[in-house]
Design a protein around this ligand. Structure first.
Ligand code: PGA
Length: 249
């Protein structure tokens, strides 16, 4: 069997409740031919307010689904935040943590992301832990220093079983939403390096940053890239699923 591909869609702040319902009207038939593919796992991550229609659509289609963020405290005086018990009532299976937009626009620290990672694991939910360098960091030769800091702060102190459960997503900030993709060699270099640092040979490591049908095959064919975290191209069922068909072609 060929390697299993993880195709995860990060909708970001797109798709209202009703738009999510509409998405699944188109997605269900488009996904039907791939439903039984044992080398594909599809997941979608929606805004909190769209989690109900997402959960309904995802369960019908048999895909995994989740939120794009969460707070680590279970309840209390944290105005504007959403807790893990709140998300559990929607049966979310996964939660994205540490996305670069959380780190850079909303100034989430490594320390906060580490607390979130542990709390999500403790709740039996899979964290999709994002990390990656900015253009400035890459150009100044600091790519690996930055990523080591981001990764270690989140996983040092976890057990091997916990480290193996996390899904890692390398997303160079300069490639997100910019149309600039890391070359397959650049992405592979970081994913292979990450696998060693994580110390779990079978860890699932995704690449994210302008992945689409036209660059999917070369990226997903790399030995240490297990799948893609997809923003823009995940908003339409056709451009999302095309990433898998292009890889297989
Ligand atoms: P993009 O986003 O595919 O639109 O570049 C990827 C991401 O931020 O997860």
């Amino acid at each position: 069997m060929s390697k299993k591909i993880y195709l995860y869609g990060n909708w970001k702040m797109n798709n209202t409740y009703s738009e999510t319902e509409k998405f699944f009207v188109d997605f269900a038939p488009a996904y039907a031919p791939f439903k039984d593919a044992d080398d594909l796992e599809v997941g979608i991550f929606a805004p909190f307010t769209s989690l109900w229609p997402l959960s309904q659509g995802a369960k019908k289609c048999g895909i995994v689904f989740g939120a794009q963020n969460v707070y680590y405290e279970p309840k209390g005086a944290f105005t504007g935040e959403i807790s893990i018990p709140m998300l559990k009532e929607y049966d979310v299976t996964h939660i994205i943590l540490g996305h670069s937009e959380r780190r850079h626009i909303f100034l989430e620290s490594d320390e906060v992301i580490a607390k979130k990672t542990k709390a999500v694991l403790d709740a039996g939910i899979i964290p999709v832990l994002c990390y990656g360098e900015t253009l400035e960091e890459r150009e100044s030769g600091n790519t690996f220093t930055v990523m080591e800091r981001q990764l270690r702060s989140a996983i040092d102190g976890l057990t091997d079983a916990e480290k193996a459960k996390i899904i890692y997503a390398y997303e160079p900030v300069w490639a997100i939403g910019t149309g600039k993709t890391a070359t397959p060699d650049q992405a592979e270099e970081v994913c292979a390096w990450s696998r060693k640092l994580i110390g779990q040979p079978k860890a699932v490591i995704l690449y994210g940053g302008s992945v689409k049908g036209s660059n999917a095959k070369e990226l997903l064919s790399m030995a240490d890239i297990d799948g893609a975290l997809v923003g823009g191209a995940s908003l339409k069922p056709a451009s999302f699923l095309e990433i898998y068909t292009a890889y297989k072609a």
